[in-house]
Design a binder for this molecule. Sequence first.
Ligand SMILES: NC(=O)c1ccc[n+]([C@@H]2O[C@H](COP(=O)([O-])OP(=O)(O)OC[C@H]3O[C@@H](n4cnc5c(N)ncnc54)[C@H](OP(=O)(O)O)[C@@H]3O)[C@@H](O)[C@H]2O)c1
Length: 333
Amino acid sequence: MTNRQITIAELPKGALTPANFALRETEMPQPAEGEVLLRTILMSIDAANRSWMQGATYRDAVNAGDAMPTYALCEVVESRSPRLAKGDIVAVESTWSDFVTRPAHKCQKMPDVRPLSHLMSVYGIAGKTAFHGLISVGRPVTGETVLVSAAAGSVGSIVGQIAKALGCRVVGIAGGAEKCAWVISELGFDACVDYREPGLGKALRAACPDGVDVYFDNVGGSVLEAALFAMNTRGRVVCCGAVSQYDSTAPTGPRNLPGLVVVKRLRMEGFIVMDFAQDDAKALKALQTWVAKGQIKVFEDVVEGLENAPAALIGLLAGENRGKRMVRVGPDA
Ligand SMILES: NC(=O)c1ccc[n+]([C@@H]2O[C@H](COP(=O)([O-])OP(=O)(O)OC[C@H]3O[C@@H](n4cnc5c(N)ncnc54)[C@H](OP(=O)(O)O)[C@@H]3O)[C@@H](O)[C@H]2O)c1
């Protein structure tokens, strides 16, 4: 039996293309003592995949020849460790592969959640990032205005719905009129502004008549620049990511830093979801409550087949997805 794996054929010099990837057949991996053999069920497709190709971030850089790293949900098919048994479902730092071996202690055994895909979306990294970033970094108060970019994406869609559940006025930023209409009708945002249209600053002022108290920034660049102008005094800017910069050779930054931060007394703070791991149980409980009450609707965008992972990532960066994008490599156990 052989295994399939997607590697980096060549690091991108500009926008990512299918030529940057190669599909390889490899030997079936064999678990050593203390390891497990894992069958991949779902792989997370993240904007961060692209940023790892630009150099070291909060993790090592990805280089040509490497199998593409990913967060994955897998089934244990063979165990050489007392920690895990055949049939267990685990979350693990893996690669774009049908099968991988991993030390059992690096696998996190998952509870029996149905559908399994929710462990990738609302109860996975996307949901936790939205919760911790908004609650612990943004600290919104009922009645305040919360602005969020990449509003139809996996993190942004949950941020806005949490803010609504907390009684805030919620305004999204997304690409295209149709997507913006969807953000309002399906996610329940109060307004949504199309950043691809000229005049973003004016549109933000119109959508946020009382100014912005919390801006949850997923994109950086010129959108961040426009959002800074809309901030109220003592506003909070939650720096979650900078997807507008990942797939470009000519990054653009906000030109109004640090001037506006000083004048408006803004607090601008970055975070990585793992920083708040001690609060994960609290996050999960709150997310489950909002989902049960219908205050968070879960949107998942599932692409079928390992071989389609490169196209799934390229499409994510072009804004194809609504909600959490993932690739299904195999059936649930
Ligand atoms: N800090 C953390 O711990 C952490 C954890 C997870 C994710 N993140 C960050 O969260 C953000 C969202 O990532 P995700 O994986 O959940 O992806 P996502 O939001 O589901 O998808 C990315 C979205 O970004 C938008 N986009 C692409 N290019 C853009 C541009 N030039 N300007 C503005 N928007 C653009 C696209 O939507 P449009 O159609 O609206 O353009 C696309 O759908 C990323 O910045 C990521 O790095 C951070």
